[in-house]
Write a protein that binds this ligand. Structure first.
Ligand code: FAD
Length: 461
């Protein structure tokens, strides 16, 4: 049987883009279908614009604290419109680079809404009608969208999600943020730097519930306590009504009146309209597409990657999954290793994580050892006035294997890669203790942690 393409990818976000580039490099005739802007969530309304706004927040915070280093600055002014324009320019530049890279490599871009008619046939509903294409293999990379909990009404203006927040159309004087995960934390950082008072509402009984508890505690002390942020923990926003003011009815019986409300309560997959049920693929109540660690679905020739699979919903995971899927399509059996994928939160200071948290390692039955080192004892951090921070290592006391590394502090999102590489190699803290780090650097906080972990094993044997 002959096909129009070797590979069709539905969705041109970071996952679809990464898969397309790798497929072309592997010699596959490839098409990518996109119903909106190329670049998906990450480039248009996620990682990129949020980091452009966080860069502004970081610069403002540095200027506010520059007196500690002997620098006097006058009163600090900012222009909301100019900041929003900066973020829009960054998005435009990165999106056009991405589009060029697809065109240059000869990937066919099909504009419209993709729907599966079989595991190897896709219908594209575009502006000029519908067209059907066949491919030997199809990858679904349709991503995710904000989850709006029941009882919450959004109007995109006063009650909004990250999709609107990244456009920074206004700065609410009093902003409620529903959800204290990484998106809630990053926007709390941005908006407080720009002068908002924030009320952070978390339904679970702890803030930053996904993070290692020691990191979450330190982050609260540094990111929340000194800033104009009130918290409501273990509290559900049962009803949110847009308007001036926005009204929130909480599970405590309390009613809040605020200027704006950002709903950052998680993300849900975009998979319902793909025709999967007709093909016998059950996406369950939550809607994520089930895949194995090769990114294969239950249907031959059909693969899924990225947020739509619900596995570590991050841009670099989506791209890595795209490469794994294409490798398998090309006959080279390859598996995802989620343990060594790092994650970061780009607050000021940052957080970086890889591997298991202490509670996760205990739950998996390891004999868990931990060590903590502090930025307050690190020469580079002291010299640069960035002493709020901690490294926590989680390791297996039986073998010394590094199981997890959790960093809160300046440049944590960069520092975490060293630990990620160690976890990918399944390295032991004894091996890592022999590494030599440049002095003076923030990476010496890891150096000290490896050595202390290795010593603890010698002392306990
Ligand atoms: P998406 O990027 O969502 O792309 C899916 C694409 O498929 C979309 O363009 C969509 O229009 C298209 N599509 C959907 N259905 C169809 C259809 N039927 N036919 C055709 N096209 C279709 N991750 C990080 O790693 N680092 C960060 O700093 C970070 N920051 C974030 C900040 C925010 C505010 C948010 C919301 C997310 C952030 N993320 C971050 C997460 C990251 O954006 C996602 O993990 C990533 O975008 C997932 O990529 P994807 O390719 O799976 O899906």
């Amino acid at each position: 049987m002959s096909f129009d393409y070797d590979l069709i990818i539905i969705g041109a976000g970071v996952g679809g883009h990464g898969a397309a580039l790798h497929a072309v490099e592997c010699g596959l005739k490839t098409a990518i279908i996109e119903s909106a802007e190329l670049g998906g969530t990450c480039i248009n309304r996620g990682c990129i614009p949020s980091k452009a706004l966080l860069a502004v927040a970081g610069r403002l915070r540095e200027l506010q604290h520059s007196a500690e280093l002997g620098i006097q600055v006058g009163s600090i002014q900012f222009d909301r419109g100019a900041i929003a324009a900066h973020a829009a320019r960054v998005v435009e530049k990165i999106r056009s680079d991405m589009t060029r890279s697809l065109e240059k490599l000869g990937v066919t871009i099909l504009r419209g809404q993709g729907k599966l008619l079989s595991g190897q046939t896709v219908e594209v509903q575009g502006a000029s009608g519908s067209q059907t294409y066949t491919a030997q293999n199809v990858i679904i990379a349709t991503g995710s969208q904000p989850f709006i909990p029941p009882g919450i009404q959004t109007d995109g203006k006063t009650v909004f999600t990250s999709d609107e927040a990244v456009r920074l159309e206004w700065i609410p004087a009093k902003l409620a943020i529903i959800g204290s995960g990484y998106i809630g934390q990053e926007f709390a950082d941005v908006y407080t730097a720009l002068g908002s008072e924030v009320i952070l509402i978390e339904a679970l009984d702890t803030l930053m519930p996904a993070f290692d508890p020691d990191i979450a505690r330190l982050a609260q002390r540094v990111l929340i306590k000194p800033r104009p942020i009130q918290t409501r923990v273990g509290v559900l926003a049962k009803q949110v009504i847009p308007g001036k003011p926005v009204t929130l009815h909480l599970s405590t019986g309390e009613t809040l009146a605020v200027d704006g409300c950002l709903v950052a309560a998680g993300r849900i997959p975009v998979a319902r309209e793909l025709g999967l049920a007709e093909l016998g693929i059950d996406i369950g109540k939550r809607g994520f597409i089930p895949v194995d660690s090769r990114m294969a679905t239950d249907l031959p020739h059909l693969w899924a990657i990225g947020d739509v699979t619900g596995k570590m919903m991050l841009a670099h995971t989506a791209a890595a999954q795209g490469i794994v899927a294409v490798e398998n399509i090309c006959g080279r059996t390859t598996y995802m290793d989620y343990l060594s994928i790092p994650a970061a939160v780009f607050t000021h200071p940052e957080m970086g994580f890889v591997g298991l948290t202490e509670p996760q390692a205990k739950e998996e039955g390891y004999s868990v050892g931990t060590v903590r080192t502090y930025f307050g004892g690190n020469s580079k951090a002291i010299a640069s006035g960035e002493t709020d921070g901690m490294v926590k290592l989680v390791f297996d006391k039986a073998t010394g294997q590094l199981l997890g590394s959790h960093i809160f502090g300046a440049h944590a999102a960069d520092l975490i890669h060293e630990a990620a590489q160690a976890i990918a190699r399944r390295a032991s803290v004894q091996e890592l203790a022999t590494l030599v780090h440049v002095h003076p650097t923030l990476a010496e906080t890891l150096d000290e942690a490896y050595k202390r972990a290795a010593h603890s094993l010698v002392n306990s044997s």
